[in-house]
Design a binder for this molecule. Sequence first.
Ligand SMILES: [Zn+2]
Ligand SMILES: [Zn+2]
Length: 291
Amino acid sequence: MQTFGGIKMIQANYHVHSNYCDGKNSLEEMVKAGIEAGLKSMGLSSHMPLPFLNDWTMEEANLENYFKDIANLKKKYALSIELYCGMEIDYFIDRKDISELAKKVWPRLDYTIMSIHTIGSTYRDDISYIDDSQEDFAKGIRNYYNNQSQKFIEDYFKAVGNMVKKYQPDILGHIDLIKKYNQGNFFFNEKDTWYQETVKHCLDVIAMTNTRMEINTGANMRVPGVGRYPSDWMIPEMCKRNIPITIGGDTHSVEGIVNEFNEAEAILLSCGYKEYWILKKGRWESQPLGV
Ligand SMILES: [Zn+2]
Ligand SMILES: [Zn+2]
């Protein structure tokens, strides 16, 4: 077990990709890396196939193999780690919904993460994303929001609120992914009152549901300097509202299996959080931080 300043490390990671989608390593390599890092509970969460062309989600044809592989890994590593079969499900702002396939597959999953990655219409194959590149995000804001970033950001957080109210997924993924390409405040300034009020209103909505918020520690591995999702200033606001949390590495390779877990634990403790949630024997349980 790794320790940090005398505290035991976070023992779970529920946001793990593999080569079933846009991750580098196989499911088994990710599981082995988790065991080696001292994780006790781990969720595998490939991107749910999407109803339009893309190069980053699982293919629908691979769904059955995904379920089979995870069932086998659960048995093979049962003495070392608890494994859970999840998926990261996309919610579409324009559809105000998830895909029909996601609704069909959902009952077979041990848990769900829900996230938003798209901007504008998802009824075509030329999709714009908020997390692919700054140019692509800007193109989406130009095409669908007449260059008004604020209008999109407000729509985005409103959609996050509607998504958790409607579906109450186990975990809300990377709440402020929209800052991934906001270097130099290109799209918005997090310190602006309108932004902070928009976020706080969204937190109010989340607090009324059973959904846990993810502390996503994978951001810096993909774009150095981005920080974490959510930004540190939001954590006391979440704590004040008693919003439960999980830790998710958004891990796309074995190297990132516990990336910045210790830093996340330290900031959570300093903001007043005393526990995080983990799956144990198939049930969500709170786990003390920092002991
Ligand atoms: Zn995501
Ligand atoms: Zn992810």
